[in-house]
Ligand binder design. Structure first.
Ligand code: EPZ
Length: 420
């Protein structure tokens, strides 16, 4: 299994280009199931999750081609169920449920597998489909959904920690081909959900209130093929911004959407990081002494949970006390014991991590547990003295396109090696 070997202490310098957004492209790929016609999606990042979703669409009967960042797919003929194991292995694939139900009136989708960051139930997805008139049963590890015709309705999609991102995406896609009008209240407002809604509207859907907690979908008879460019990945951009600050470097982030990153940029500014915006480009440099800040993760436009771990690595390097509270996922602190292995002083109190920052970090062999935790460990490894080996980096490849090559171009001493 591959690992990353990092020799720390090098400030990052130079330019980095941001790839397309993983969390936008996955539901957009699923949305192509809503039409028989060809769809062309550009700015698609080459990630293992994207490859997985491609295989899932193929297992449902679609023809797919992925070349140089362009994904071409045509789901002329479609089966109501795909490869059980493939679907079970990637949580994001649950968003094929809505398109299959909307187009075929039936779907058989394996329940998503477990996840280290939380229980992650799909009760809200199923509630939304039932509200649209679907009969749903759970049998032999499958969600089995049937509906002669879906009918538009008013439905509330809020859960114990607020809106659901993929739940909103799923219901929006099912409702696009339903009879009548659907109004989703407590809808997710993430830029990735908006990118999907814009993709659906380009296919001929009638969705309004995009980006607001109340989304209205006027069902249509059919949708057509389309060409679309995926938005840049705000979480990848934020990860590089935090890495620049953590290594006391200066990095120009090319092709980011700073207007999707207000909460992160606001917190970086508050802790003393210098930020310059120039159109789609963002220059990040550490500036003087960093200050500790407190963070609470929230649904968009609050501070993204997908940047919590990376920000914790930065706070571990920052002299003073900071508190990071995770309000979205109940067990998203798997990176804490690994950061402690590098010398960080972090304790957990319920949903909060208390960071006594500023202790110098020194390299050690550490283990990645999930996608964003692994990004935090890479950042800490680059700031630590000596060598750090990050094992199980397959987590990283799920969500970051060629991150080691991009970091090498910024001067990082990082390489892929055979590991544990
Ligand atoms: C999306 O996951 C992202 N994944 C996650 O990114 C991201 O962390 C999350 O949204 C929150 O921003 C993709 O887009 C592929 P949710 P999703 O449904 O949609 C609870 C990454 O690192 N909930 O918004 O699965 C749930 O347990 C990944 O790129 C229910 O209770 O997240 C959680 O506590 C990790 N019932 C909260 O809502 C449901 O039916 C928010 O989850 C659905 C969700």
């Amino acid at each position: 299994m591959e690992s990353l070997l990092i020799k720390g202490g090098v400030p990052l310098h130079g330019q980095v280009h941001i790839s397309g957004a993983k969390n936008a492209v996955l539901p957009i790929m699923a949305a192509t199931l809503l039409t028989r016609e060809k769809c062309v999606i550009r700015n698609v990042p080459d990630l293992s999750d994207v490859q997985f979703m491609g295989k899932i669409l193929e297992s449902l009967g679609a023809t797919v081609k992925f070349e140089d960042g362009t994904f071409t797919v045509q789901a002329a003929k479609l089966k109501g169920h795909g490869d059980y194991d493939l679907i079970r292995k990637m949580r994001g694939s649950i968003c094929i449920l809505g398109p299959l139900l909307g187009r075929l009136g039936k779907a058989q989708v394996s329940l998503p597998g477990g996840c280290v960051i939380g229980t992650r139930p799909i009760d809200l997805h199923l509630k939304g489909m039932r509200d649209l008139g679907a009969k749903i049963t759970i049998e032999k590890g499958y969600v089995i959904a049937n509906a002669r015709r879906l009918s538009g309705t008013e439905l509330f999609l809020g859960g114990r920690s607020g809106p659901t991102v993929l739940g909103t995406a799923n219901v929006m896609m099912a409702a696009a081909l339903a009879d009548g009008v659907t109004i989703i209240s407590s809808a997710a407002c993430e830029p990735e959900v908006c990118d999907l809604a814009n993709f659906l509207n380009a296919m001929g859907a009638k969705i309004s209130g995009i980006g607001s907690p109340t989304v209205t979908i006027m069902g249509v008879k059919e949708l057509h093929g389309v060409e679309h460019e995926v938005i840049p990945d705000r979480i990848e951009a934020a990860t590089f911004a935090i890495a620049a600050a953590a290594t006391n470097g200066e990095v120009q982030i090319k092709g980011a959407r700073a207007d999707h990153m207000h909460a992160v940029l606001d917190k970086l500014g508050e802790c003393g990081v210098k930020l310059e915006r120039n159109g789609p480009d963002l220059t990040v440099k550490r500036g003087s002494r960093l200050k500790p800040v407190d963070i609470t993760t929230l649904p968009y436009s609050g501070f993204p949970t997908d940047c919590q771990a990376q920000m914790m690595a930065l706070m571990a390097l920052t002299p003073g006390l900071s508190i990071i509270t995770e309000r979205i996922f109940e067990s998203r602190f798997m990176h804490v014991p690994e950061l402690a292995r590098l010398g960080a002083d972090i304790s957990i109190e319920g949903p909060s991590a208390i960071i006594k920052g500023g202790r110098p970090l020194s390299g050690a062999p550490i283990m990645a547990s999930d996608l964003r935790a692994s990004a935090a460990l890479v950042i800490a490894g680059m700031a630590a003295k000596g060598s750090t080996q990050v094992n199980r980096i397959y987590h990283l490849d799920r969500g970051y396109e060629k991150i080691d090559t991009k970091l090498q171009k910024l001067g990082a001493r990082i390489e892929r090696v055979e590991g544990e």
